[in-house]
Unconditional design. Sequence first.
Length: 124
Amino acid sequence: MDTFLRRCRVTKDYQASNTNPFSVQTHELFHISEKVDLWNGNPDWTWIWCTDQHGKSGWVPKKMIHMNSDNTTASTSSAYSALELTVVTGDELQVVREESGWLWCADEQGNCGWVPLEHVTRLP
């Protein structure tokens, strides 16, 4: 995952779809499914549907997944949350990471979460 800091402005409202998202700690095992999504049809932006040990499911970027030899379980090398951030046009965000068509951002109130890349524009 690319890590950097930059500012951006929201150009299109986005409503978070899940208030209780999938999340895992570093090296925590979770199950992977055969359900795959190419975000916006881009093969470089592949997301895998995963389920944690408590039965909670969500999308995880394929680039973050480290498959186990059983090909049914995996882990990540850093903590991961599928938390999305609700934003409205005009909001300014601090971008922390970009991954597979999404940005991990912090808003001006300190709330963090994922926002689709196409909903923002970079500020100078």
